[in-house]
Design a protein around this ligand. Structure first.
Ligand SMILES: [Zn+2]
Length: 443
């Protein structure tokens, strides 16, 4: 199938301009001012932005105990403007070649968008023996979750083992010794106690320690969240010393804050927790300046009934926020519409930078000749209200319910095929393909 995507404002690798984009089968083959192209189907993009499909480096769609599967999760991704998502298990699971291959097979049957898999969570010494084969299978990064495993000797060992594979270690950085200490004597019927139990110092101490260990081990490290003003500063200082480090942020840290706990309690419980409201502006400035590398959703599915378990005791609710459907539109509305980032930086933080980090660039994350024809039509003028009752994710709730956004994803294409038309999913389960990271080939 040949397509001419016509009349839109297109964000290509060379800049943003009014131009028509040519797609042949699954690839972008050119850009032209010509109005027609032989035997091509016209995709009308008048008054639209044509943007590279967003790449989500960090989702937790897999949740064996629940209703969400890779079909509903990647349907949410497609509706949210993501054309590639990287999934990671919540618990130790995807840490052997056998399990990783099995997960590819299971996800392949269900996926709407393309996908990658992060190997993790690493908790056992024996997991380290499998890293090389997992790297060869194309994991974009390994994952270590400090709340589960935070002994420094194990982190050093893991950083060294990851370095040998050429693949970075992704870290959830929180210091559990401090969190246990700050948890003493709190009233858990008050949801804000969750924030008090995990103060900023617990993220910052963990970040500083991991950076020192990465320096000592000469390893690359990626921080899967920043929720404090200081976390990214620690990383930028470390980079000046030659430490290879990257960092991502989620829309909930850019848009929500701890005041949401009073109203939404367990529904905004996530780790690290939401912070005070003045930090959001600092995070936006860090994102605009490139001190924070990119945005991910950290999408997390759990059932509403599980969240409700935290109404009387906040500790009982699972931590995480379903974010795939709204992350791109939220980042646009609160970033571009509010003047915090420009359109070029928006495209970088939702598509190009995560694709580069994952080793998918330039196959993904960019509109360029030879790249996969993964793109979205985005209407920057359309206003709409978030209503989780019609979300594709089986979560069926959102802390963003009722928010009015300007800017809407109208159509999503994966490898030249329309997967979402603004209302429904247009392809059958299994359209999405596993995308191995090309990080090893590149380096
Ligand atoms: Zn996560």
């Amino acid at each position: 199938m040949r397509l001419i995507v016509k009349g839109g404002t297109v964000a290509t690798e060379k800049g943003i301009s009014k131009i028509n984009m040519l797609v042949d089968s699954d690839k972008i083959v050119g850009f032209t001012l010509a109005e027609t192209w032989n035997e091509a189907l016209v995709v009308d993009a008048a008054n639209m932005f044509v943007l590279p499909g967003a790449v989500d480096s960090h989702t937790h769609i897999s949740y064996p105990e629940g209703k969400e599967d890779f079909f509903t999760g990647t349907s949410a991704a497609a509706a949210g403007g993501f054309t590639t998502v990287v999934d990671m298990d919540h618990k130790s699971g995807c840490t052997t070649e056998k399990k990783y291959r099995e997960k590819i097979d299971v996800c392949q049957l269900k996926a709407i968008t393309d996908f990658g898999l992060s190997a993790g969570i690493i908790v056992e010494d024996t997991d380290l023996e499998e890293l090389d084969s997992l790297a060869r299978l194309g994991t974009p990064y390994f994952k270590l979750f400090m709340p589960l495993k935070s002994e420094y000797d194990f982190i050093c060992q893991t950083l060294t083992a990851c370095k040998e594979t050429g693949i970075p270690l992704g870290i959830h950085a929180e210091d559990m010794t401090l969190i246990n200490y700050f948890s003493n004597g709190l009233d858990w019927s008050d949801p804000i106690s969750f924030v008090r139990s995990r103060p900023e110092v617990s993220e910052q101490m963990a970040t500083a320690a991991v950076l020192e260990m990465a320096d000592y081990c000469q390893s690359s490290v990626h921080f899967c969240h920043t929720s404090t003003a200081k976390t990214a500063e620690l990383i930028i200082e470390a980079k000046k010393r030659g430490i290879k480090a990257t960092i991502e942020v989620q829309p909930h840290f850019l848009i929500l804050d701890e005041t949401s706990f009073a109203e939404k309690g367990p529904y905004v419980k996530t780790t690290p927790p939401l912070r005070s409201s003045n930090i959001k502006d600092i995070l936006w400035r860090q994102l605009a300046a490139g001190i924070i590398d990119f945005v991910s959703s950290d999408h997390f599915y759990c059932a509403q009934t599980e969240k409700e378990m935290g109404l009387k005791d906040i500790r009982q609710a699972p931590a995480g926020i379903p974010g795939l459907e709204y992350a791109v539109a939220l980042t646009y509305h609160f970033g571009v519409n509010k003047g915090r980032i420009d359109l070029k930086r928006f495209v970088q933080v939702i598509a190009e930078a995560p694709a580069r980090f994952c080793g998918y660039y330039p196959q993904k994350g960019v509109l360029a000749v030879g790249s996969d024809a993964d793109f979205i039509l985005f209407n920057p003028e359309e206003e709409w209200v978030i209503d989780s009752s019609n979300m594709f994710s089986k979560a069926g709730y959102s802390p963003y319910d009722g928010l009015c956004l300007k800017g809407k994803i109208k159509r999503t294409f994966v490898r030249g095929t329309e997967v979402y038309d603004g209302l429904s999913i247009k392809v059958s389960q299994g359209h999405g393909r596993y995308i191995p990271s090309k990080r090893l080939n590149r380096e």
